[in-house]
Design a protein around this ligand. Structure first.
Ligand SMILES: NC(=O)c1ccc[n+]([C@@H]2O[C@H](COP(=O)([O-])OP(=O)(O)OC[C@H]3O[C@@H](n4cnc5c(N)ncnc54)[C@H](O)[C@@H]3O)[C@@H](O)[C@H]2O)c1
Length: 337
């Protein structure tokens, strides 16, 4: 059994605790959160002991793996402490909001970086993973374009947005990782536009509520990401890939497949799955399964801190492009920086 500690008993901590507790090869040993009542509530539901100090959990002799679901500014410190203690780590995205701090963390990990996985759960979504496999199988010939639509159902509270790092680093970061993974190449040109179409208060934060990003790789493959903080019809998550021999696209998930026909309208369908915890339930479960099985079998973890740094570089480039209305060029070699 892989013995796991969860750090952070908030929204994502709940998701990971449930998936560890349900995993046949894992045991949830402890949950650490300085707000001990959060840890206690999670432990009461999913098992394990509740403690306040994350370092005590990391250095616990009966722990093999640490899952970091704490606020972003704590990721680097906890990740380095866990790696130093020789533990395997699944750390939530983003590595940090500061690319220099993220790159320094990757460097400081040294050989231990092989034991740290970044929480880019969308790679484990069955629909996106099937699209990736079918591109590799040649179903659409040579890949030419990737179009990602990623819209949240509603704006997060202003208190959250103030420390989020902005829409590109907080939200589109998932789509930057998905884009790199699906493209199979690093984007080298980024052009982004950002608007405040429904929340003027974001101006004070230098942030946007609605953005579009266009990217191109060195070989000429193109990617467009459409992103909004507010889609009144729900959590809109779609992927379309187009190539020399065809196209693949996936649709949103719904609570039901039933469609209603009446005298007023036809093809009426139920709402989309509400938000990330519902839409990506399978992805989070499969992400945890990939983490646990990689530790057990001693094989490479499927995502890395390097992936986290690359997604952050794209987020920084998009923010700069949106702010300056200019194309930002990225050196492919910068990935080794
Ligand atoms: N992969 C995804 O889809 C996804 C989704 C949501 C959040 N996240 C990421 O997960 C992280 C947490 O987000 P959230 O929405 O769960 O936040 P949250 O505020 O709901 O929960 C964070 C928890 O961490 C606790 N905490 C604070 N400092 C701590 C420390 N030093 N050690 C242990 N616990 C500590 C807080 O008390 C709180 O209970 C963020 O980095 C966020 O970007 C990822």
């Amino acid at each position: 059994m892989i013995r796991v500690a969860i750090l952070g008993a908030g929204r994502i901590g709940h998701v990971h605790a449930a998936n560890v507790a349900r995993h046949k090869d894992a045991t949830l040993v402890t949950i650490a959160d300085p707000f001990i009542s959060n840890a206690q509530a999670l432990a009461a539901t999913w098992g394990g002991t509740a403690i306040a100090d994350p370092l005590e959990a990391i250095n616990h002799p009966d722990i093999d793996a640490v899952v970091i679901g704490t606020p972003t500014h704590t990721h680097v410190e906890l990740m380095l402490a866990a790696a130093k203690a020789g533990k395997a780590v699944l750390c939530e995205k983003p590595v940090d909001l500061d690319i220099h701090k993220a790159l320094a963390a990757d460097k400081a990990l040294g050989e231990q970086r092989k034991k740290v996985m970044l929480g880019f759960n969308r790679r484990f979504d069955p629909g996106f993973a099937e699209i990736k496999q079918r591109i590799q199988r040649g179903d659409i010939g040579d890949l030419h374009q990737v179009i990602i639509t990623s819209r949240d159902p509603g704006l997060a509270p202003m208190g959250y947005l103030e420390t989020s790092g902005g829409i590109f680093r907080d939200m589109v970061i998932h789509d930057f990782d998905l884009a790199r993974w699906i493209l199979g190449e690093e984007p080298t040109e980024v052009f982004a536009v950002g608007s405040r179409l429904f929340e003027p208060e974001l101006e004070a934060l230098g942030d946007y509520d609605t953005v579009m990003v266009q990217m191109r790789t060195a070989s000429g493959k193109q990617c467009q990401i459409n992103c909004s903080r507010q889609a009144v019809y729900g959590y809109d998550q779609r992927l379309e890939v187009f190539g020399s021999a065809g196209m693949l696209l996936n649709d949103n998930l719904r609570e039901t497949t039933v469609r209603h026909y009446s005298a007023q309208e036809t093809e009426t369908r139920g709402p989309l799955l509400n938000f990330f915890m519902q839409r990506y339930t399978d992805a989070y479960r499969l992400e945890m399964e990939a983490f646990i099985s990689a530790i057990k079998e001693g094989v490479a973890l499927p995502t890395t801190v390097f992936d986290g740094c690359q997604a952050l570089r794209l987020a920084d480039a998009a923010q700069l492009s949106a702010d300056t209305h200019a194309v930002v060029k990225l050196n492919e070699g910068a990935k080794d920086a």
